[in-house]
Design a protein around this ligand. Structure first.
Ligand SMILES: O=C(O)CCC(=O)C(=O)O
Ligand SMILES: [Fe+2]
Length: 335
């Protein structure tokens, strides 16, 4: 059974997002993830040190400072070492990723699935559009050629815009939560309440605000939605924000002293296309067929190893054997 009240479900349907406090037990779910990532960071530090990219492994530094020190020195976010997903092109047989048991445990944590059940029903599939984001304080990062910190805020977008059109009619739900408290100064998400009631909006390449900006990446021009009513969503550890797939959202910059660390996961009713079919999903909950639920983290890791093997044979050297995106770059909204 779902755990939300009817008023909470109604609020999600009206506003397109819902904050639920105290869903994840910090000690039972989040601390083991943090512990696991200490090992991931050791692995990254060893790799970079062996390559001569950093002067020390910085083992003496606490987690947040260690990550910040490393990114400040390399000017990179090393996302692929932390992430439980793969790039869309150029994947190699040894491309790193992390799908540890504590991470898996968070994906299938029953009280989290109870909330999801209230929003999308009892047959719940873990959609592979999923990322960890670790963003160091911008003040300690080098700037790129456009004067922006090399790891910065996320631009305006809808998650519907990052999946292929086969997932256009699905009930994909975004689930975002911080591993450490994420107050305003850490750069949490911002949402535009009610924006999910509109269509999928055009996502333009390098179009920031209302002007072309080479570093901006792909995003929705602000003239297409009510950017003035955007609302920041600061969250404490344990809390979760749920987003409708057409909710327009972005994030603020991290102007604090500590890393901003979050998971963003997606779930959809089982049987619907995920919009990223080469990556593996799994049944997280099934009331009809409980025996189909995946509860073995090693099996999950093997699914990603298999995906990596497949990906290492396609989308290499600028080839586009399988498309992950949906946008052309000549739409009139982008001019
Ligand atoms: O955490 C962020 O900065 C962006 C996350 C996001 O866009 C999402 O969760 O869908
Ligand atoms: Fe997003």
């Amino acid at each position: 059974m779902g755990s939300l009240t009817q008023a909470q479900v109604d609020s999600f349907n009206e506003q397109g997002y819902l904050v639920v406090e105290d869903v994840l037990d910090p000690e039972a779910v989040l601390d083991p993830v943090i512990q696991e990532y200490h090992g991931v960071l050791d692995r990254l530090a060893d790799h970079l040190y062996k390559q001569g990219d950093i002067a020390s492994r910085y083992e003496e530094l606490p987690f947040s400072e260690r990550i910040t020190r490393i990114s400040a020195e390399t000017g990179k976010n090393h996302q692929q070492f932390y992430d439980f997903s793969l790039p869309f092109s150029g994947v190699k047989r040894d491309t790193p990723f992390w799908t540890g048991p504590a991470v898996f445990n968070a994906f299938v944590y029953e009280p989290l699935l109870d909330v999801i059940e209230s929003l999308i029903g009892p047959e719940i599939y873990s959609n592979p559009v999923q990322h960890v984001r670790i963003k160091p304080p911008e003040q300690y990062l080098p700037k790129n050629e456009h004067g922006d910190a090399v790891i910065g805020m996320t631009a305006w977008h809808q998650d519907h815009g990052v999946v292929t059109p086969e997932a256009d009619d699905t009930k994909m739900l975004t689930v975002w939560f911080p591993l450490l408290d994420a107050p305003i100064e850490k750069g949490p998400l911002r949402v535009v309440p009610g924006s999910h009631r509109g269509d999928l909006l055009t996502h333009c390449l390098n179009y920031m605000g209302n002007k072309l900006t080479p570093a901006a990446g792909r995003q929705i021009p602000e003239k297409l939605f009510a950017a003035d009513i955007a609302k920041p969503i600061p969250l404490d550890r344990g809390s979760v924000v749920f987003l409708h797939k057409r909710m327009v959202h972005s994030s603020l910059p991290n102007v604090s002293e500590e890393v901003r660390w979050s998971f963003d996961l997606r779930y959809n009713p089982t049987g619907e296309p995920t919009g990223r079919h080469l990556f593996p999903g799994f049944v997280a909950r099934s009331r009809a067929n409980p025996e189909t639920e995946l509860r073995d983290p090693e099996r999950w890791t093997q699914m990603w190893l298999d995906a990596r093997e497949r990906m290492s044979q396609i989308n290499q050297d600028g080839q586009n054997d399988v498309q992950f995106g949906r946008w052309g770059d000549d739409h009139p909204d982008c001019a």
